[in-house]
Design a protein around this ligand. Structure first.
Ligand code: CP
Ligand code: NVA
Length: 311
């Protein structure tokens, strides 16, 4: 039996695509969003099937991928660990072989990044990372698109990341390298970006701050995320104590540039990582950000399956 696999492009980490590819994708997103807003049919993925695997909970990721593939003319199949053989120990390599013979695209939300890497290396079709413990690349595509849409190019701008150095933070750090902007990270002691990772990102796009106000100073974007990510629930109580001074509030937004935007991948906990005043305030663009998951992922799915398109 031949083991040859056609060469396929995956999106497992932000750095899997180049700056030039993101430029294309953001421009394409703008066009796809315009078509959607004016009720124009755009069905490049007619009869194509997306398999979505969820090993963790989701609202936005599931909705945006399922709605997105339908709006492109295709359909989605939802699988979770409990109801599939993945939950009973079927190797991800075997699942990848089977799934990729029955579909055109796979999206997976899971625990270790290594799982998506193994899935992709055994898949004949593109694999998209819908969040792992390490990365959340589709989220940062939507976040950056939201910034571009509201304020223009992100090159040279400063993003202040306040809180946990988690999967979303890691992805901002990668994106800064690819797209040439700066990330100022402030975490409580003991939750810093690991030295090995910090070294990886270098010092040209990334600075760590003990004081969150110092990180927010003159930032163009202030962003944060839950103090306890999925899979880390056992640490919740300790984290509530450790992160208490890392809330994005009005005073912190005042340290940023007057035109700064507040972003949050959601779900949010008002009164923990962000005050209600900020997330529900005039600088917050979290609903546009959530909606843009739909539009950027439509551009991404089209690109991974069909390559570049002009209409
Ligand atoms: N931001 C995000 O990925 O949301 P969900 O967990 O609801 O998918
Ligand atoms: N860091 C969060 C993001 C949720 C979208 C988590 O992994 O739970």
């Amino acid at each position: 039996m031949s083991t040859d696999k056609p060469s396929v492009k995956h999106f497992l980490q932000f750095k899997d695509l180049s700056r030039e590819e993101f430029d294309y994708l953001f421009e394409r997103t703008r066009w796809i969003k315009e078509q959607f807003k004016s009720y124009k049919r755009h069905w490049p993925l007619t009869d194509r099937t997306l398999i979505m695997i969820f090993e963790k909970a989701s609202t936005r990721t599931r909705l945006s991928f399922e709605a997105g593939i339908q709006q492109l003319g295709g359909s989605a199949i939802y699988l979770n660990t409990r109801d599939s053989q993945l939950g009973r120990g079927e190797p991800v390599e075997d699942a990848a072989q089977v799934m990729s013979r029955m579909s055109d695209l796979i999206m997976i939300r899971t625990f270790e990044q290594e799982i998506v890497e193994r899935l992709a290396s055994n898949s004949r079709v593109p694999v998209i990372n819908g969040l792992t413990n390490e990365y959340h690349p589709c989220q940062i595509m939507a976040d950056i698109y939201t910034y571009i849409e509201q304020r223009g190019p992100i090159q040279g701008k400063t993003v202040a990341w306040i809180g946990d150095s988690n999967n979303v933070c890691n992805t901002w750090l990668q994106a800064a390298e690819v797209l040439d902007f700066n990330v100022h990270v402030s975490t409580p002691p003991g939750y810093e970006v690991e030295a090995a990772r910090a070294g990886l990102y270098g010092t040209s796009h990334f600075m760590q701050f003990a004081d969150p106000m110092a990180a927010a100073k003159n930032a163009d974007i202030v962003t944060t995320d839950v103090w306890t990510s999925m899979g880390f629930e056992a640490e919740n109580e300790e984290r509530m104590r450790d992160f208490a001074d890392w809330q994005v509030d009005t005073e912190m937004m005042r340290a940023a540039r007057p035109e700064a935007l507040f972003l949050h991948c959601l779900p949010a906990h008002r009164g923990e990582e962000v005050s209600a005043e900020v997330i529900d305030g005039p600088q917050s663009v979290v609903w546009d950000e959530a909606e843009n998951r739909l539009h950027v992922q439509k551009a991404l799915m089209e690109y991974l399956v069909l390559g570049r398109k002009n209409s």
